[in-house]
Design a binder for this molecule. Structure first.
Ligand code: ADP
Ligand code: MG
Length: 344
């Protein structure tokens, strides 16, 4: 292309309208119904919920409803909750560096609202009744529910047919959404979870301890064929359960790693685990494990990825060695010492 043509084609720089900015940002956060479920359950847990109920229709493509009994949102803040970069969770860079809530970017509700028909019904403890905000019309009206919040998301990607086409069959979307709930459920046995699909209860996990929740979510066989561990190695506490070779599976579906309570997919940790299992696991079998890594929040950056599934460690070599040694040691030592949280 010559310079004259290029100059003629060039249009002046403009700021994008708010709605379009949200839709672009939504691309990073909202990929499918399961991403909506993940974000809404994150919010319920951040609000101190003891019980979270997820109701899906057609794998969540038609409808996603997440109900919690957390602290709720005051009516005057409801419109703000849907604004981009609006959050009650951090106030400063300092707070970002020590963040302990699942959310902090103030993006999820705005992103979801920009690619669906969303409404939020919420009630705080000091309110006499609930309020419902319709994201599209902005209408705020009185509503009814107990203290807590219900977020309803209808017709995901209705305004972006190209993205809607990427969604799979309802059964597949349901399976992904179940994965998202399972990840939360394993980390939070102190919270009850229920999932309904097309009006039927498909999964229910009652509040209990870690051992009970592991058996409920991964099956009692995993508990029998795994060993508890709890080791402090340098700045890192590694705790959880590692599956013995007999718990290995054809797929990687029983591999859960959390950093400070947040489910992550981290290449470094995955590699440390592979090498820890190298001597005990042969062939193409995949180990099963549920590991919680606790580290001073200033030593890990969770603000690497909009969906926060990636993290960056300040001392990655140290973390690698700690995970590898802790797991190797547990696999090699029958009856390795464990924390009471894990032995039940
Ligand atoms: P973030 O979680 O990063 O703060 P979100 O867009 O997910 O951003 O939510 C915006 C705000 O709305 C939150 O900071 C919180 O104050 C409020 N909020 C969202 N969901 C809930 C909920 N289920 N219960 C109570 N407050 C909520
Ligand atoms: Mg959030």
């Amino acid at each position: 292309m010559n310079d004259i043509v290029a100059a003629a084609l060039r249009r002046p720089i403009q700021e994008l309208p708010d709605e379009l900015v949200s839709q672009i940002a939504a691309g990073e956060v909202v990929e499918r119904p399961a991403s909506v479920v993940r974000e809404l359950v994150d919010n319920a847990l951040d609000a101190g919920a003891r019980q979270v109920t997820v109701r899906l229709t057609a794998g969540g493509i038609r409808n996603i409803l997440v109900e919690d009994d957390g602290g709720g949102i005051p009516p005057q803040e409801l419109p703000l909750a849907l604004r981009r970069h609006a959050t009650s969770k951090i106030r400063s860079l300092e707070e970002l560096e020590g963040v302990s809530t699942m959310g902090f970017r103030g993006e999820a509700l705005a992103a979801i609202a920009s690619v669906s028909e969303m409404s939020v019904l919420s009630r705080t403890a000091d309110a006499t009744h609930a309020h419902r905000l319709d994201a599209r019309t902005g209408e705020l009206a009185p509503g009814a529910r107990a203290v807590g919040t219900s977020v309803e998301v209808r017709e995901l990607f209705f305004s972006t047919p190209a993205r809607r086409k990427f969604l799979k069959a309802p059964a597949t979307e349901l399976a992904h959404a179940m994965d998202a709930v399972r990840r939360h459920a394993l980390a939070r046995p102190d919270v009850g979870f229920a999932v309904w699909h097309d009006g039927k209860l498909v999964e229910q996990w009652r509040r209990g301890d870690h051992e009970q929740r592991l058996a409920d979510v991964l099956g009692p066989d995993f508990v029998t064929a795994s060993r508890p561990l709890d080791r402090q190695v340098g700045p890192l506490r590694v705790l959880g359960r590692v599956g013995l070779p007999e718990a290995a599976r054809a797929r990687t579906d029983h591999q859960y790693v959390y950093v400070n309570g947040r489910f992550v997919k981290d290449k470094l940790i995955a590699h440390a685990l592979r090498s820890a299992y190298e001597d005990v696991l042969h062939g193409h079998k995949q180990p099963a494990f549920v590991l919680f890594l606790d580290i001073d929040p200033t030593r890990v950056d969770v603000n690497v990825h909009p969906a926060k599934v990636e993290v960056r460690f300040r001392d990655s070599g140290e973390v690698y060695q700690a995970v590898r040694r802790a797991v190797e040691h547990t696999l090699a030592t029958p009856g390795a010492q464990a924390d009471t949280r894990w032995t039940g």
